[in-house]
Ligand binder design. Structure first.
Ligand code: NDP
Ligand code: 2IT
Length: 448
């Protein structure tokens, strides 16, 4: 049995009820064969066995009191996966679907994503099964304060720096930081990123994931003679990431024609621009969680219970909502519709393995999320740098750095995929390129 096969089998055995985690482990390890099967030093040093095991997993009780005076209890998580190349870094997700498998899949992805940015950040992820929907601001604050009352002992600017993800935006980061500061008795701004501009946040962080995804796309487009201007995009979600994607695509003259929510999708043939983009923020802030509101407000098509994949005429599909959003039947529809040959993943792991296989076998190019969405964590890391030097950079400075980072990521995964004999397989390229630096650091640091 090869080294990769053995470690996959052992990981499956040890983590039987963690499907999302196993999904990413299989994808990543399978694509590392050209490196780890060629040189026995990786097996000798147990690199793969170590990389699939989090350095530390913290699971804690989060008790809080709702507005009616009832005691509620949620479960909190922080999985500190790898500190080989820097302090743990990765978001916090508040969503009822959160469990160990989801947090471990996100933390594992984060190791390679963070390495791709070229910045000194390790991989981690956390969150809670708390559902922010329908909660008052006071309830959100009490929950965040209770969550941080336990989490604070494990984080810090040189230890672990959490940020936002699904269900955790500027409001939650504010409450979390306030409690952290109070407990620590010190202004350690670099202990959290995604902070407000008034208290140590970076200009450009809220747009960073979406803008970064579009800069990455631009760089890829150069290799196929395409431009954002004049290109039509079908995207999913209507959260922070979708908002940034819409803003930048519309600024560059492209057209986003769909958004989706848990209730269905909307089709806006005119494109999502101007006040419609601002309305996305309102929709999210309302906590109603219905994309139908957009259709009612702007009188466009609404399709209840459906996803846009393969149902609209678009040049590019861009899932921006959550994991496993594009299934095999969606991939089948994309192929039958026949217009688009490019899927750009922006949400973390938005495509099932079956869908990836079907699309790839039929000539659809897939740009993988751990490369495409790395702009968010990259600007988070730039926020940490600004905090460390007690300075704020201009929006232009941050944006120029973000663009350069995304361009470098594209070229690094493009080069590496060619070097290891799979040109154009950007999924493998991202895993191989992300792994190289982490493995080198692990080899240098001995068994730890
Ligand atoms: P938001 O909370 O702002 O938006 C998430 C969107 O996805 C909402 O429309 C949400 O609707 C939908 N969604 C979430 N979970 C589910 C589910 N289980 N089923 C159906 N729809 C769902 O999050 P972000 O925009 O920040 O994140 C979007 C994606 O991008 C996620 O995969 C995240 O991990 C990834 N990402 C985010 C980064 C960031 O900086 N924010 C950085 C890199 C990646 P609802 O809540 O109603 O289900
Ligand atoms: O998935 C991700 O990369 C994020 N949610 C952003 C993490 C961060 O630390 O900014």
């Amino acid at each position: 049995m090869s080294y990769v096969d053995r470690v996959i089998a052992e990981t499956e055995e040890k983590n039987r009820n963690q499907p999302e985690f196993l999904q990413t482990v299989r994808e990543v390890l399978n694509s590392l064969r050209p490196i780890v099967d060629r040189d026995p030093k990786y097996e000798k040093a147990g690199i793969l066995e170590r990389i699939v095991e989090p350095e530390k997993s913290i699971i804690f009780r989060v008790p809080w009191v709702d507005d009616e005076g009832n005691v509620r209890v949620n479960r909190g998580y922080r999985i500190q996966f790898s500190s080989s190349i820097g302090p743990y870094k990765g978001g916090l997700r508040f969503h009822p679907s959160v469990n160990v498998s989801i947090i471990k899949f996100l933390g594992f992805e984060q190791i390679f994503k963070n390495s791709l940015t070229g910045l000194p950040i390790g991989g981690g992820k956390g969150g809670s099964d708390f559902d922010p929907k329908g909660k008052s601001d006071s309830e959100i604050m009490r929950f965040c304060q209770s969550f941080m009352t336990e989490l604070y002992r494990y984080i810090g600017p040189d230890t672990d720096c959490p940020a936002g993800d699904i269900g955790v935006g500027a409001r939650e980061i504010g409450f979390l930081y306030g409690q952290y500061k109070r407990i620590r008795g010190a202004y350690e701004a670099g202990a959290l990123s995604g902070k407000g501009l008034a208290y140590g946040g970076s200009l450009g962080r809220s747009e960073a994931t979406g803008y970064g995804a579009v800069y990455f796309t631009e760089e890829y487009f150069k290799t196929i003679g395409k431009e954002i201007a004049g290109t039509t995009f079908a995207i999913s979600g209507f959260g922070n990431v979708s908002w940034g994607v819409c803003k930048k695509i519309s600024e560059l003259g492209g057209k986003v024609v769909t958004l989706s929510g848990p209730d269905g999708y909307i089709y806006d043939s005119e494109g999502i621009t101007g006040e419609k983009i601002d309305y996305m923020l309102e929709m999210r802030a309302s906590c109603r969680d219905m994309v139908k509101d957009y259709a009612d407000r702007f009188h466009v098509e609404y399709h209840a219970g459906e996803k846009p994949w393969g149902r609209v005429n678009a040049d590019i599909y861009m899932p921006c909502a959550t994991q496993n959003d594009v299934h095999k039947e969606d991939a089948q529809r994309i192929l039958e519709e026949g217009h688009s040959k490019i899927l750009i993943e922006v949400a973390n792991m938005p495509t099932t393995q079956e869908a990836v296989d079907l699309l790839s076998e039929n000539g659809v190019v897939i740009l993988p999320s751990k490369a495409v969405n790395a702009g968010g964590v990259a600007v988070s890391s730039l926020e940490m740098s600004q905090n460390a030097e007690h300075l704020s950079w201009t929006k232009e400075e941050v944006d120029a750095k973000l663009r350069e980072i995304m361009q470098n990521i594209f070229h690094s995964i493009d080069d590496v995929s060619a070097r290891y004999g799979c040109p154009g397989n950007y999924i493998a390229g991202a895993n191989l390129a992300g792994f190289q630096k982490v493995a080198e650091a692990m080899l240098a640091q001995g068994v730890c």
